[in-house]
Design a protein around this ligand. Structure first.
Ligand SMILES: NC(=O)c1ccc[n+]([C@@H]2O[C@H](COP(=O)([O-])OP(=O)(O)OC[C@H]3O[C@@H](n4cnc5c(N)ncnc54)[C@H](O)[C@@H]3O)[C@@H](O)[C@H]2O)c1
Length: 335
């Protein structure tokens, strides 16, 4: 597979979050990436950016809203490729802030893509979508052609943006859609509102863990693997990835919640776990990731077991004790 050898100057939109800060950390050590610009409004209460990250000479951090055109133009200077991570992320937060999430996740992102489509200097535009788009898939693994059944405001916006992107059929524009699995693992901006991270924290702290929908399936992927795979997309030939959708994760990391609990019990005996059969979240999907490996010749390296041990160790060493999650938005973010 032919790869691009020139160095990359990237812009991470929404790079101040859980996945973005882990990417910045990784890419700051990557010699094939010369510059990392990041635009993020840091919309959550108590959300900050780690000083160590922005002190890095390769990184330029622009604090503000990506819908602010003046700021966006500044952040786009000299940039070869853009990765869109920004948004209100997750079902609970988009349910709680319905109008704001519509404004950012759909209208804001749509206008952003329309604007970037006119930028002739851009090599690639990578839109981070989600496997949540599959909603419910029974008795088979969902691949990129499986019908999408979004079950939340969050996923509905993602599906609509995907459709919008796929309608551009221009040769000189190279959008790529990556449907991420549910993330886990350590990041400088930790999120404990994600299943594996939350389970690890509660079990480690001997808190009672209440598990709903125990038999529902979901695919998981370590944040470090997302950054490896996005980089692979960045350096891939445009002809291979243009207008393509890839599920990002690994077939081995499809788990039911009950399997995660059983795994966790091996690491922490006498855990207080309550399993409720009650249905809270209808999503139930297993995903097939063969296209990623077949076309991009890459697959995730980090297992769920690795992530559990990593988080336990970090919590033990007091590295990630704060509860950063997508819960409350700063009061100045009105629309
Ligand atoms: N975390 C997961 O499990 C997961 C799974 C599938 C897909 N994804 C996708 O990956 C991306 C990143 O997820 P994450 O877990 O890092 O979420 P996150 O909430 O930690 O990060 C999102 C960032 O976007 C920023 N943001 C929101 N609105 C903004 C605006 N108007 N202007 C500027 N910045 C804004 C927030 O401040 C935040 O830092 C999202 O697009 C998400 O849908 C995440």
């Amino acid at each position: 597979m032919s790869e691009i050898t020139s160095k990359k100057n990237i812009l991470l939109i929404g790079g101040g979050g859980y996945i973005g800060t882990s990417m910045m950390d990784d890419y700051s050590k990557n010699t094939k990436i010369s510059k990392i610009n990041c635009i993020d409004r840091l919309i959550y209460k108590s959300q900050n950016i780690d000083k160590k990250i922005i002190r890095n000479r390769k990184i330029n951090f622009f604090k503000g809203d990506f819908r602010n055109r003046k700021l966006l133009n500044k952040a786009l200077k000299g940039v070869s490729d853009v990765i869109i991570l920004a948004g209100l992320v997750g079902d609970p937060i988009t349910k709680k802030y319905k109008k704001l999430s519509e404004n950012i996740n759909y209208i804001g992102i749509k206008n952003l893509i329309k604007f970037l489509n006119k930028n002739k200097n851009l090599k690639k535009l990578i839109f981070i979508s989600t496997c949540s788009n599959y909603g419910i898939v029974k008795n088979k693994l969902a691949d990129e052609n499986t019908k999408l059944l979004p079950k939340s405001h969050y996923a509905v916006s993602k599906v609509n943006i995907e459709k919008y992107i796929l309608n551009f059929k221009k040769k000189n524009f190279c959008p790529v859609i990556l449907r991420f699995s549910t993330a886990f693992g350590y990041s400088p901006r930790m999120r404990y509102d994600l299943t594996i991270n939350e389970f690890c924290r509660d079990i480690h702290k001997n808190k009672e863990l209440v598990v709903y929908d125990p038999y529902t399936w979901r695919p998981y992927c370590h944040v470090k693997d997302f950054s490896r795979i996005v980089f692979k997309v960045l350096i891939s030939d445009n002809n291979i990835v243009r207008n393509q959708v890839f599920n990002v994760g690994s077939n081995q990391n499809n788990y039911r919640k009950i399997d995660l609990v059983n795994l966790l019990k091996k690491y922490k005996k006498n855990s207080k776990i309550i399993i409720l059969k009650k249905k809270v979240d209808p999503r139930d999907y297993r995903v097939n990731f063969n296209k990623l490996t077949r076309i991009l010749k890459i697959k995730p390296k980090f297992s769920v077991k690795y992530g559990i041990k990593e988080i336990f160790k970090k919590i033990k060493n007091n590295k990630i004790s704060k509860d950063h999650g997508n819960h409350i938005i700063k009061s100045d973010v009105k629309k």
